[in-house]
Design a protein around this ligand. Structure first.
Ligand code: ATP
Ligand code: MG
Length: 689
């Protein structure tokens, strides 16, 4: 494996340079011509952003990663990753760092052996940090619990003993369908300890979604709860498991049930067991085995934003190495003093890598919150930050835009001075949402790390480093040390600065997916066939380099619009709309148009306090887009809507909006958060034609 590219010279952060905070705003690029572009292979580059923010000096002075890391990793990538791997505790040393001979199947830290759970728990106790709080757990109804690393060691050992008693052994698959309670983390670690792969299914999913995932992974045990708290209500969870297991094409032997709400549940005597009866009675010691570096750790299904979810398989040594390294450098984690909080659910990859494996491998103290951000009211997150003195906060653009909609006066009432690093993940973050986050949550002191990665990449790939990078609102900036990514055109040729195309990863990386579970051909076809000649991993996202070589994610390749021969990114038009003071959130799609090929249709949600005065507002917004990025991107239609269709992980599903805009029956909406949203929107559209 040869060296990953270092960040382009002009983006290499210069700690001496002063921030141009607040100076300028996204400037118009002038009138765009309506003639087709010469190079139809790339994306038009419309939105310009000139603001940059230097890292705070105090943070830079003590940062975990320095500018030299990029060069060090570029000079000797294998040596670099070996060094990161050796920060973990190995029961058996590895030989080759990576074996890429059977591409696209990679093996990392070849021949090495480790126990992932021991790395996340026991070794911190052995190092004398047993009294450090691992988890500050906050239940939605207001109950709370503090769990030290010593406590966690006992709980994981007991759960591992219990799972063994229930018949689980290395190589088995265990489905986990739990709310955000401590047992969810314990269950995942207990599986890891036994070398069994977990398949966590988001507890908001239906019985049907759970059934298909149990069947696909051939899980033999399901771990669940009687119910969960959602928006102040106790709702049953176990019924869905009963329904899923009854119809599953898998021999589920046991269902292990945590008592959370105390609600009524139906019980199958031969199959169901209570966690508090089976786990709590177990011995507090468990002898952990060492597993191969390539032992499967988990299967996780993608969010399903673009179609049917894929069962992504991750293994142990490489995954844990990159999860831990990125968590340490991207968030600048200081385990002795930081309180970290990632607001994701463990049902998503962010919860796997940045609640469970990364933070715990690093011995972090973290907050885990069970519920929704508006229970009992819309200030819940700020209360939690204040209560636990959270210093690192990692969330998603969908939530930031929701906070914008609720209004800046809500966080303004709280003491957020403990915060020092803010993160974003899941979707492109619009520059104005980034600025809102910086000003209203970070109080203009905290660097923001916009982290690009996927379920498939396992860990962060492209992101600023908070003590090094001069950030730009809306840009994920550059690949982290040790990672090599490129933006290429249709032929796989890298595009230049100021141009857009397809994002690819051109070198293997430690936490890369190993396959799609049970469907290796789909793995090869989906990710490795588009640029098979070059051997690039095709991420499926559009991206561009700005004039300085910083990377901007432009949304899904499938969503790119083609207007009069111009290939226009959904993200850029959405960001232009969100930069208008009345707009909190926007989704745009290209709908078939006789004149222009596709016409831009925009769906917008207004900010708290903004008034919808009908046509006047629509006209204003259309002109605003024309001014910000040029007349070619002016939406043909703009609809003010109360909600947007989102996946359960909060991502906008543009393909459904495209169906609506083109008057088609909407496609597969099973991963949708709230199916009634589609009706609301189509009704609105009918009235606006
Ligand atoms: P599916 O693959 O089933 O359609 P999904 O892609 O939404 O679902 P995830 O793996 O959860 O499933 O999401 C990864 C995708 O999220 C990326 O490919 C990208 O489109 C988007 N994404 C994540 N983080 C960022 C970010 N910081 N900036 C821009 N886009 C991001
Ligand atoms: Mg995807």
């Amino acid at each position: 494996m040869s060296g990953p590219s270092s960040p382009t010279a002009d983006v290499t952060p210069d700690p001496a340079a002063a921030a141009t905070a607040g100076a300028g705003s996204s400037a118009a690029t002038g009138e765009a011509s309506t003639a087709p572009t010469d190079d139809a292979n790339t994306l038009d580059n419309l939105l310009a952003e000139n603001r940059t923010f230097a890292p705070p000096e105090s943070l830079a002075a003590k940062a975990n990663a320095t500018a030299e890391s990029y060069q060090q990793a570029a000079d000797d990538p294998e040596g670099f990753w070996a060094e990161q791997a050796r920060a973990l505790s190995w029961g058996r040393d590895f030989g080759a760092v990576v074996d890429w001979s059977d591409r696209p199947h990679a093996r990392w830290f070849v021949g090495g052996g480790l126990n992932v759970a021991v790395n996340c728990v026991d070794r911190h106790v052995e190092a004398g940090h047993g009294d450090r709080v691992a988890i500050f757990w906050e239940g939605e109804p207001g109950d709370s619990e503090q769990i030290t690393y010593s406590d966690l060691r006992v709980r994981v050992a007991q759960a591992a003993n219990a799972l063994t008693e229930l018949g689980v052994s290395a190589g088995d698959r265990v489905a986990i369908y739990l709310p955000m309670i401590p047992q969810a983390v314990v269950a995942m670690l207990a599986c890891a300890r036994l070398g069994a792969a977990h398949s966590v299914v988001f507890a908001g999913f239906s019985a049907e979604a759970l059934r298909s995932r149990i069947s696909d992974a051939q899980a033999s045990v399901v771990i669940t709860a009687d119910g969960q708290y959602r928006r102040g209500q106790a709702v049953n969870l176990k019924d869905a498991v009963d329904e899923a297991v009854a119809g599953a094409d898998s021999p589920v032997q046991k269902v292990l049930v945590v008592r959370r709400t105390g609600g009524e549940v139906t019980w199958d005597e031969g199959r169901d067991v209570w966690w508090h009866e089976v786990v709590d009675a177990q011995p507090e010691q468990h002898e952990a085995q060492v597993f191969d570096s390539e032992q499967p750790l988990f299967i996780l299904y993608t969010s399903g934003t673009t179609g049917k979810p894929k069962g992504i398989l991750h293994t142990s040594g490489g995954y844990l190495t990159q999860a831990a390294y990125t968590h340490r450098v991207v968030f600048d984690l200081k385990p002795e003093s930081d309180v970290y909080w990632c607001t994701a659910d463990i049902g998503w990859v962010t919860g796997h890598s940045y609640i469970v494996y990364g933070p715990l491998a690093n011995g972090a103290s973290q907050v885990i919150y069970e519920g929704t951000p508006n229970t009992p009211d819309e200030s819940r997150h700020w209360q939690i930050i204040d209560k636990y003195k959270v210093s690192i906060y990692y969330t998603a653009p969908t939530l930031i835009r929701t906070f914008m909609k609720w209004g800046a006066d809500i966080p303004a009432r709280f003491d957020l001075s403990s915060l020092r690093v803010l993160g974003s993940v899941g979707e492109p973050i619009n520059p104005e949402a980034w600025m809102w986050y910086r000003v209203n949550i970070g109080r203009e002191r905290c660097p923001i790390v916009d982290t690009w990665w996927q379920t498939e990449t396992g860990a962060i790939m492209i992101s600023p480093l908070p003590g090094v990078t001069h950030t730009k609102p809306g840009s994920a900036m550059t690949p982290i040390p040790g990672i090599s990514a490129k933006i290429v055109n249709d032929e796989g040729v890298p595009v230049g600065h100021g141009q857009g195309g397809y994002l690819v990863i051109d070198k293997p990386w430690p936490s890369m997916l190993r396959t799609i579970y049970g469907d290796d051909q789909r793995f090869v076809d989906t990710y490795w066939s588009r640029f098979a000649d070059q051997g690039y991993y095709f991420a499926g996202d559009g991206a561009k380099y700005d004039d300085d070589g910083a990377i901007w994610l432009l949304g899904r390749v499938d969503d790119v619009m083609n207007v009069s021969g111009h290939r226009i990114s959904t993200t850029e038009v959405e960001s232009a709309l969100v930069s208008h003071e009345a707009v909190a959130e926007a989704a745009v799609v290209g709908a078939a148009d006789d004149m222009t090929g596709q016409g831009i249709v925009a769906f917008v949600i207004l900010r708290g306090g903004a008034v919808d005065d009908g046509d006047a507002l629509v006209q204003q917004l259309r002109n605003h887009v024309a001014k910000e990025i040029g007349p070619i991107a002016k939406p043909k239609r703009i609809l003010v809507v109360p909600e947007l269709p989102k996946t359960r992980s909060g991502k906008i599903m543009r393909r459904l909006l495209r169906d609506i805009a083109e008057n088609r029956a909407t496609g597969d909406a099973t991963t949708l958060q709230d199916p009634t949203v589609l009706n609301l929107i189509s009704q609105g559209l009918g009235g606006n034609k």
